[in-house]
Design a protein around this ligand. Structure first.
Ligand code: ZN
Length: 270
């Protein structure tokens, strides 16, 4: 065993990286959960989730424009199909668009063949709408199988669903841009009813948590991936802590604030 862990090397004289991502799930996980129901009788969660496409995303796009930031949006293809203005709008703002399942299929509910079919269908839809092939994939619910990794390799995609290191790494021949459940907004703010297992966090505490975690990750030379959702992060107080977080990060010139496709390119070429 080596005695010292080598630091991950970043380009452009940077010593760490921050990657902001938004998963535009909207109501797709709800449709998946209710896929055997002929009609949706209870509409409260559906309505709550529509906030993202109606308003949240517009606020997020404004915020990213103010910070002159290009980020990565992972979009289930069904949402892109049902809202044909969505992907052209994200592309017009020069954001990266990545894959996130067809209907946010939970990995444990589907077979290998069903995964392959959903992946191919999603690549086709996103490519048609964005005018170029997507480069990145994020698994709905962050579960993964060997079959999925092999399929991602076959399509020359990077992945962002696993948490095996705090900087980019290679798994089964593809680039992994790691995530973490504590760097994600639903684990902190999602509340769709009183049956939810825990109360939402205090936004100020979450901001503090993100800043502590980002500083500690940067000190080690890692990649801090923040995962947000259209229907959670586009609400007023969540926008305000994101704004403060980005203000804090952008003060540090040693941080590379970038997109998944750029980190993948760097990781593959180094
Ligand atoms: Zn998702």
């Amino acid at each position: 065993m080596q005695t010292e862990l080598p630091r991950y090397q970043w380009p452009h004289n940077k010593t760490s990286a921050v990657w902001i991502t938004v998963d535009v799930d909207a109501y797709s996980p709800l449709l998946w959960r209710n896929r055997h129901e002929p009609e949706m009788r209870f509409i409260a969660e559906f309505e709550q989730r529509q906030h993202g496409l109606r308003a949240g995303l517009y606020h997020l796009l404004d915020l990213f424009a103010r910070h002159q930031l290009r980020i990565t949006f992972f979009v289930p293809a069904l949402i892109a199909e049902r809202h044909p203005e969505l992907i052209p709008n994200l592309a017009r703002h020069h954001h990266e668009i990545g894959l996130h399942g067809y209907c946010h299929e939970a990995v444990r509910d589907i077979t290998d063949e069903e995964f392959t079919k959903a992946l191919e269908q999603s690549i086709k839809i996103l490519t048609e709408q964005a005018g170029k092939l997507p480069k990145g994939f994020r698994s709905p619910g962050w579960e993964m199988t060997r079959h999925m990794l092999a399929e991602l390799k076959r399509h020359k995609l990077y992945d962002s669903s696993l948490a095996g290191l705090d900087h980019p790494y290679t798994i089964e021949g593809i680039t992994e841009l790691p995530i973490l459940w504590t760097r994600e907004d639903t684990s902190r703010f999602k509340m769709t009813g009183l049956a939810d297992r825990w109360p939402p966090s205090n936004p100020e505490a979450v901001l503090k948590e993100w800043i502590y975690d980002w500083r500690a990750t940067a000190e080690q030379g890692g990649l801090f991936t923040l995962t947000l959702h259209d229907w959670i992060a586009g609400r007023p107080v969540q926008l305000s802590i994101l704004d403060e977080f980005l203000n804090e990060v952008s003060k540090d010139q040693s941080v590379w604030i970038t997109t998944g496709v750029e980190v993948d390119k760097h990781h593959t070429n180094q």
